[in-house]
Every structure is written in structure tokens, then in C-alpha cells.
Write a protein that binds this ligand. Sequence first.
Ligand SMILES: Cc1cc2nc3c(=O)[nH]c(=O)nc-3n(C[C@H](O)[C@H](O)[C@H](O)COP(=O)(O)OP(=O)(O)OC[C@H]3O[C@@H](n4cnc5c(N)ncnc54)[C@H](O)[C@@H]3O)c2cc1C
Length: 414
Amino acid sequence: MTEVDVAIIGAGIVGICAAASLAEADRDVTVFDRTGICEETSSGNAAALAFPDVLPLAQKGMMRNLPRWLADPLGPLSIPPSYFPRLIPWLWRFWRAGSSRHYEKSLAAQSSLMALAEAEWIRVLDASGTRSMLRENGALELYESDAEFKASLPGWQARDRFGFEFRHVAGDEMAALQPGLSPRFVKGTFMPSWKNVADPKLLGKAVFEHARRRGRVAFEQRRVEAIAPRGGGGLLRLADGEAVLCRALVVAAGAWSHRLAAPLGDNIPLETERGYNTTLPVDAFDVKRQLIFSSHGFVVTPLETGLRIGGAVELGGLDRPPDYRRSKAMLEKTRQFLPGLKTDGGREWMGYRPSLPDSLPVIGRSRNSASIVYAFGHGHLGLTQAAATGRLVRDLVTGQSPAIDLSPFSPQRF
Ligand SMILES: Cc1cc2nc3c(=O)[nH]c(=O)nc-3n(C[C@H](O)[C@H](O)[C@H](O)COP(=O)(O)OP(=O)(O)OC[C@H]3O[C@@H](n4cnc5c(N)ncnc54)[C@H](O)[C@@H]3O)c2cc1C
């Protein structure tokens, strides 16, 4: 039987940042992933370090837009009818998370994690020599009517309470932030502290390579079948039959994490919000900064490697094949929003957001073993919160007191 110090399951951006952070604390880390380093959901996302995005989804526009969205089979939110019965418990929790008491608690917890997220990303980018991959152009959220703008105001007031900067814009100021927009957009909100990265896949690989070069991080391309507590540490059973003993075990397996946690008595209501996009060639349109079309549920991001158009939520589970008509529907809308957009040569993609009903991730220890740590469920914000999660995982594994209060993120909160 092989023995390692710390085993991490999952080489998505959360597992990568946890590995980098633990290596800094002089721990020897082995990362197990069935595909590769930053090859799944973390590879194709919209590249936002969305630090001001603190509103729980259950409230944020979603409830208001729900009937209209569900009526459109290729719209921003869809639930395949055959999957609906399985979703009912999750949807019930999601609905309850929108109540004002839960909403305020989530908002405060998310804001504390975001403050750490920004500080930790800047530190990780500097330490790994990847600061040049940071784009600090802010983001522009766009509205098609005064009514839509007014409906967004309570959300902006909530962000204001937590000190996030923004500015409502219109006319020439809006046109200067993004030339060439369709006149259907009458107002916008500019968020200067919103950031992006040049390409999420390249960033993830670069952060991992940096950690590996320091000599304390190894990668094994292998599927983990099951985990268990063993002798004060953890045991991994691999798909090829081998077993690995570790002193500490971190589960950062994204949307698949609950399958590993459930046999340990940790029944965590993780679902996947599947998301779609198309990445066009770089010269498809001169987009100055990330554009957010909230009422349509998608964004446009200028990357070093292309122009990425997408988002949407399909609550359809882990096993159904992708339905790329969703990518095409968002591309078609963008053609109307950015007249002159060149739509040829695009690459379609689907990813599995790991989502908990209260929009907060799980960061904490297993019910039955202090040496098994969970770090998953970041939903729409896994890239944004990965460096902070890596730091918190390190605090838990090394027995330091966590950088922020972890009770709102407890795996036992459900
Ligand atoms: C369309 C879209 C746009 C998004 N845009 C943004 C954005 O702009 N900003 C942002 O912050 N977030 C965004 N997100 C969310 C973000 O991409 C995710 O939250 C994040 O990638 C999750 O990272 P992760 O490391 O938890 O999971 P993943 O990236 O899914 O990594 C988990 C890894 O675990 C491995 N794994 C699973 N089970 C096993 C097993 N049994 N054995 C071995 N390996 C296993 C998988 O192979 C995978 O590589 C977006 C998501 C989508 C879909």
C-alpha cells in the first residue's frame, strides 16, 4: 500500500489552490484526478474574479425572473422534466435560502469569504509569477429598460452595505465603457473591482506547475472509487484496485464530491448547475471588459485566447449528455447585443458548476474524521473563491485557526 502525506482528490482550480497553499506550509501533497490538471469545469468558465458577486442566487434576480426563464426551453434556467422529481429537495432548500433571515446570513458569510478571496488571489498570483494573467478592467452589467434597472437596485444597495464599489452609467459614459453596444441597452452598472483572468485553464495549469516546481506537489492521473477514515488519517481506494493511505485527505472533486462524502455519513445536498458557452476567435468583437447580461443569464468575456460567450443554468444532473443548443441560443442573442459580432469559428463547451442550495461552498471537516476535509460546492464562484479556499484548507489541515469564521460553510449545516 502506498503512503502519502496529504492526498487531494480533484485537480480543478480548488484542488490546485489547496495543493499550492499546503506546499507553502511544507506539506507533501499528491493530487489525484481522473482527467488532468484544470481540464474539467475549471478549464472553460467565464474567467471572472467576481469579488462583488455576494448576493445569494435564491434572491439575486432569479426569483423575479423565474417564470419567464422557465418558460423558455433554451433560456437562462432550465430543468429537464425527467430530472425535476430528483431536484425537489434541493429546490425546497434553495427556496428557503431566499428568506430574509437566511439571505442576510449568506450575504454576510459570502462577503467575508470574498474579502479573503481577493487578498489570497493577489498573493497566489504574485507567488506563482502569474500576476500578468490578471485583468483589472472591471465589468459592466447592462439593462434593457428602466424597469429592469430599478429592479436591480436593492441588490446594489446590499452590496453597498458591504463596501463593494459600483457606479450606475448611461449615455456617453456607458458607450465609452463598451463601444458598439446595441441601443436596446439603456443603462448599466460599472463595477471597477471586478477582475478577470486571461484564461482560467492556463492560469490553473500555471499555478499548479509553480507548486510542482517547488518540489512538494505530485500529480496522479487516477480515479478514486471510495474514501474512508483510517488510523487517524484517510484511505483512498483507486479504480485500478490500489489503496493509498494518507495523513490528511482533501475532497475537492467539484460536482462529484458528494458521491465520495456520502458513504462517510456526510449527506451534502450538492447538485450541478450545468453551464454552456462558445469561445470565438479573439477578433470576433472588440470587447473592452466583461459584459454581464443578467436578465438573460450570461456574460461575454474577452480572454487572451478568445471571446467567451455563455452562462445559463441547466439543473440536469451529472449523467445527461450536453445540449449545445443552449450555447447557440446565447451566441445568437449576443449577435443582436453586439452588432457586427463575427460568430464563425466558435468552440462549444459545457461545465458542471458544483452548487449548494444556499449558494455557499462547503469548507470544513467530515462528521466522522478530523483529517478528512471537504472543499467543494462553489457554484458560480469557484474560480473567484479558489485561492481563499486553498488557504482555509491549509488552516484546517495544519491545525491553525481558520482565517475567517467557517461555521456558515460547515458540511454539517444541512
Ligand atoms: C459556464 C460557466 C461559467 C463559469 N464562470 C465562472 C466565473 O467567471 N468565475 C468563477 O469564479 N466561477 C465560474 N464558474 C464556476 C467555476 O468554474 C466552478 O465553480 C469551479 O470550476 C469548480 O472548481 P472545482 O475545482 O471545485 O471543480 P472542477 O473544476 O470540476 O474539478 C474537480 C475535479 O475533480 C475530478 N474528479 C471528480 N471525481 C473524481 C474521482 N472520483 N476521482 C478522481 N478525480 C475526480 C474531476 O476530474 C475534476 O477535474 C463557471 C462555471 C460554468 C459552468
